[in-house]
Design a protein around this ligand. Structure first.
Ligand SMILES: NC(=O)c1ccc[n+]([C@@H]2O[C@H](COP(=O)([O-])OP(=O)(O)OC[C@H]3O[C@@H](n4cnc5c(N)ncnc54)[C@H](OP(=O)(O)O)[C@@H]3O)[C@@H](O)[C@H]2O)c1
Length: 317
């Protein structure tokens, strides 16, 4: 049970990556202001979290089971919290999907929407009645820059994040009337298992039903650039955790929170031209005409920045 004055924070997807780091950062708060309920769909995967939590485990950090794709699991978890009282909900759980769209079965696409969109909606639906009664609450959704800018070969993932951005943009207005603050976090690449899960085996993978040119563009233009971008521009999950803590502690948090300022120019391009032509053409050139130049630029950046850029912390204050 939370001690008086502590905020109850419920986080989804804490078995690894960003969710794990947010949970541990909040649990280690010097003033012990947070009672963290770090959830995951399979409790057998809790060892990394428990190890990272150290002596905060079972003091300020508690582990619970929660599968965001199951009504029953979500209800059971929230019902298990005293008075169903959640001060802060952090929707972090998510899955990726990459590849030529012609080859992706509809049920794989559904799974991405079931998790990234409906899973997040299910969580928000479950906690807002009590937050509305108390006229207080904070909800954070870990979206992505791909929730604001579509990226080739990531169409379904981006669509699921665009969907949750649209849902939250509307809902945030209504929730403000109840003093519930809803904020999106839009990381660029983050070096977690997410990237490994998505890119693993992609080079060798067969793409039935896809023409040879598209497969070649995917393998030769997209994949090497994507891997390099993760390596050079990727933030650490701790950078994102720091940003999440800042959002929770802000008196008037922003709705959008781009965690990586290097991505701001890409979005500026999009909003500078309401016809959309500028950003579509810029991405086209990057993928099909500047492939080798982009790779060389990234290689130079890699060389110049060495470890410094990779270890930097640039999450907004
Ligand atoms: N890494 C990036 O480059 C990046 C960039 C922008 C945004 N994001 C977003 O950041 C969030 C966290 O990703 P990450 O990078 O930390 O990846 P990760 O290490 O793969 O973590 C994803 C977490 O979500 C959990 N999860 C998946 N489906 C779930 C379900 N149905 N119910 C409950 N938990 C579920 C996973 O649990 P299991 O261990 O059981 O699979 C895992 O704990 C995602 O929403 C992702 O879209 C990531």
């Amino acid at each position: 049970m939370a001690s008086p004055g502590q905020k109850v924070v419920l986080i989804t997807g804490c078995s690894s990556g960003i969710g794990l780091r947010i949970a541990v950062r909040l649990a280690k708060d010097e003033m012990q202001r947070y009672h963290v309920i770090a959830t995951m769909r399979d409790l057998n995967s809790q060892h990394k979290l428990v190890e990272a939590a150290g002596d905060t485990y079972r003091k300020t950090l508690f582990v619970a089971e929660l599968d965001i794709c199951s009504d029953e699991s979500v209800k059971q978890c929230v019902n298990g919290i005293k008075d169903r009282h959640v001060d802060v909900l952090i929707n972090n759980a998510g899955i990726g999907l990459v590849g030529p769209v012609e080859s992706i079965p509809m049920d794989e696409m559904n799974k991405v929407f079931e998790t990234n969109f409906y899973g997040t909606v299910r969580m928000i639906k479950e906690v807002i009645p009590e937050m509305k009664k108390r006229r207080d609450g904070c909800i954070i959704v870990v979206s992505s820059v791909m929730g604001l800018q579509g990226v080739a070969f990531n169409e379904i993932y981006a669509a699921s994040k665009f969907a949750i951005e649209g849902f939250c943009e509307g809902l945030s207005v209504q929730l403000l009337k109840f003093n519930i603050r809803l904020s999106m976090m839009e990381p660029g690449p983050v070096r977690t298992e997410f990237e490994l899960k998505m890119i693993k085996g992609m080079k060798e993978k067969e793409w039935p039903g896809v023409d040879s040119n598209t497969v070649r563009y995917f393998r030769k233009n997209y994949l090497p650039t994507a891997v390099d971008i993760f390596e050079v521009l990727g933030q650490s999950p701790d950078d994102i955790a720091k940003c999440a803590k800042n959002v929770i502690e802000a008196s008037s948090p922003h709705f959008h929170n781009l965690t990586n300022p290097l991505y701001s120019p890409i979005l500026a391009l999009k909003y500078a031209d309401e016809t959309g032509g500028l950003s579509v053409r810029a991405f086209y050139h990057m993928l099909f005409n500047l492939g080798p130049v982009t790779n060389i630029s990234i290689a130079v950046l890699k060389f110049l920045t060495f470890g410094w850029l990779r270890n930097r912390s640039i999450a907004p204050k």
